[in-house]
Structure formats: structure tokens, C-alpha cells
Write a protein that binds this ligand. Structure first.
Ligand code: TRP
Length: 342
């Protein structure tokens, strides 16, 4: 891992990872330029989560159709005590993409032996909102929030140093990585967390496509607004002139890739200016904004093994089913060959 400097953000107590990446605004513009210039237009999903997008996402989690949050929360409530038994005294809890840290409280309540909590999120607003409440409600816990793109390289704050670490990656966010990026993320999480680590990962399981599609196209249209907020964000931050009404939200199940896909579909032939470029959309042309991969237990165990983790325990919720995996690093290169996992 490339060590990078960390600098505190004025007044917030939040540490911002710095040094390795270009300034946030520059990479957003470059990614929009590249994504809209591609033959198949696409944008990286991490840009969903500005302040408005983070709020809309919390609203998605409360819709009737989006079951992932509810199933996972109930599952965690049921197994938190069991998870806590394996957390060593003084361990640090490190959460990748913490949002409002609602599920984390179930772990914090069950595992008072945790010494510190490092929530990492790309949205400073989400972090600020969550951290104040946690500091108040868990006075003995050191809360050290970090603003960072957790897919990049970063160094953990001092309070997590020299301690056993428990990684926490709920919400089926692992499903949002494409191709070998999930494996790369799991490898880099292994480096960040070190040898005396475990990683709890929440994974959505393959199920009836109708159920899946409804979860990404709720009847109140919250997910559609969330998807279109990406266009509004481009307008706000990159001088774009997108008309969000000129695009339809589309959620579809791609069985071959075992994933839900979200797109924005142009309702007409149109020209849009953004990020210093001019882009033509044909009627019906799609802008691909998100993938959410769905797994079987065996598929995910295989993926984890490829990244040097072995699945020690697996809990599965009631239907609609999601899974929680407890992974531990495979030591000394004795990884089970992926082909031998059923
Ligand atoms: N990790 C979540 C998932 O894949 C993210 C998510 C839920 C999402 N609903 C969404 C992302 C709608 C974009 C649009 O389930």
C-alpha cells in the first residue's frame, strides 16, 4: 500500500484522505467527460453520493420494495451477539461506506469491547451527521471518521493502529463493483486491515427477478429521483444543462451477469453540455449508472477466496434473503483453490 498523508478538515474533526488522488472536482469532471464520450455511455456510481444523493439513498432504504436494508438489519440484530463473541478486546471497527451508520449501532451495542470506530465515507455530510450522534451515545468509544473514496488507498487513523481490526462492509455495496474490482477491493481491504483482522461483508443473494426489479424501481419513484440526481449534480458542479425530465429511470435484471442494472434512458434525440464537453444522446440511448451484483453463497465464497479471504461463517436472513459473511485472511498461502469451493 502506498502511504499517503492525512489532513484534518477544518473544524469537523474529520480526517480527509489526501495526496494519492486528484482533487475531487477534477476527477469528477474527468470521469464525466470519459463516461459520456464512451460508445456506451456510463458514469461511476460513487458520484451518486453528494449530500442530496446520500439523503435520497437513506430514503430508498425505507421504501417498501428495497428489502436489502431491512433484511440485513434484522439479520444483524439476530446474530450481533454471536459476531461480538469473536471480536477481541480493544479491537477497532472499520466501516467502508458508512453512510448514517445505522446498522453499526447493532454491533457497537453488542460489542462494548471495541475501542474505536473508523467510519469511512465519500460524503462528508453523511459522516458529520452520523458521528455526532455516535460520540454522544458511545462516550467510551473513539470515533475517528474519514472522508475517503474507500476504493482508493488510504491509511487508517492512529486509534486503529496496533489493534486487531474488524472490517464492516454491509449493504451489498460489494455488489456495486464490476468485474475484478470486487476482488481488488477485497485484496486492498486485507492490506488495510492487516493480519489480525476479520471482515464482515453483507451480500445480496440471487432471487426472483420481479422482486429484484421492484427493489430498484420503487413505486414512489425514490430510486428514479436518486438516479436522476446524478444529472442534477453534474448541472450543479460541472456547469451541465441536463434536463432530468428528458430521461427515464430503467432498472433491469441481467441474468447472464447476475446483476441488477440501472440506466437513464434518453426520451428523445438531444444534445447536452457538461464538464466542458458536448454530448449527443439518441432517443432510447442508455446512460448506464449502476450495477448491483447478486450472488449465491458459493459464488461469493469463491470471490473472497480469490482475494485471499476465507469464509469462516455465513448467516442468511429470512426471505427476501441476504447473507452476512465473516471472512478471515488466509494465512501462509494455503488458500482453498477457488475451483474446490462447492
Ligand atoms: N449497495 C446498494 C445496492 O446495490 C446500492 C443501491 C441500492 C442503489 N439501491 C440503489 C444504487 C439504487 C443505485 C440505485 O443494492
Amino acid at each position: 500500500m502506498k502511504p499517503i498523508a492525512s489532513k484534518p478538515q477544518a473544524g469537523t474533526g474529520i480526517v480527509e484522505a489526501a495526496g494519492a488522488q486528484p482533487a475531487a472536482g477534477e476527477s469528477f469532471a474527468a470521469d464525466v467527460m470519459a463516461g459520456l464520450s464512451a460508445r456506451r455511455k456510463q458514469l461511476p456510481p460513487k458520484y451518486f453520493y453528494d449530500a442530496a444523493g446520500s439523503r435520497l439513498f437513506e430514503e430508498i432504504c425505507r421504501t417498501d420494495e428495497y428489502y436489502v436494508t431491512r433484511s440485513e438489519t434484522t439479520l444483524l440484530r439476530n446474530v450481533a451477539a454471536e459476531i461480538a463473541r469473536d471480536i477481541p478486546d480493544g479491537a477497532a471497527l472499520v466501516e467502508f461506506g458508512s453512510g448514517e451508520s445505522a446498522k453499526t449501532r447493532l454491533l457497537l451495542d453488542a460489542a462494548p469491547q471495541l475501542s474505536s470506530y473508523v467510519p469511512i465515507d465519500i460524503s462528508a455530510d453523511a459522516l458529520c451527521g452520523a458521528s455526532g450522534g455516535l460520540t454522544r451515545d458511545y462516550p467510551r468509544l473513539i470515533v475517528a471518521p474519514m472522508v475517503a473514496d474507500f476504493t482508493g488507498h488510504f491509511r487508517l487513523p492512529a486509534c486503529a493502529e496496533g489493534r486487531p481490526r474488524m472490517g464492516f462492509f454491509p449493504g451489498s455495496t460489494i455488489g456495486n463493483f464490476d468485474g475484478d474490482h470486487a476482488v481488488r477491493f477485497l485484496r486492498s481491504a486485507r492490506q488495510v486491515l492487516g493480519i489480525h483482522a476479520a471482515l464482515l461483508v453483507g451480500v445480496d443473494l440471487i432471487k426472483d427477478p420481479a422482486r429484484l426489479i421492484a427493489a430498484y424501481d420503487d413505486s414512489l419513484g425514490v430510486t428514479a429521483r436518486f438516479n436522476k440526481n446524478l444529472l442534477l449534480r453534474i448541472n450543479r458542479e460541472l456547469g451541465g444543462d441536463f434536463d432530468p425530465e428528458a430521461f427515464d429511470h430503467l432498472a433491469l435484471w441481467n441474468a447472464a451477469q447476475s446483476r441488477m442494472e440501472m440506466h437513464l434512458v434518453s426520451r428523445k434525440d438531444q444534445i447536452v453540455n457538461a464538464a466542458g464537453g458536448t454530448f449527443a444522446f439518441r432517443k432510447g440511448e442508455r446512460l448506464h449508472t449502476e450495477n448491483s451484483h447478486k450472488f449465491s453463497v458459493a459464488m461469493f465464497a469463491r470471490l473472497a477466496a480469490e482475494a485471499g479471504w476465507s469464509a469462516i461463517k455465513i448467516w442468511i436472513s429470512d426471505a427476501p434473503q441476504v447473507a452476512m459473511f465473516r471472512l478471515e485472511p488466509v494465512l501462509g498461502g494455503s488458500a482453498v483453490p477457488p475451483s474446490e469451493i462447492p
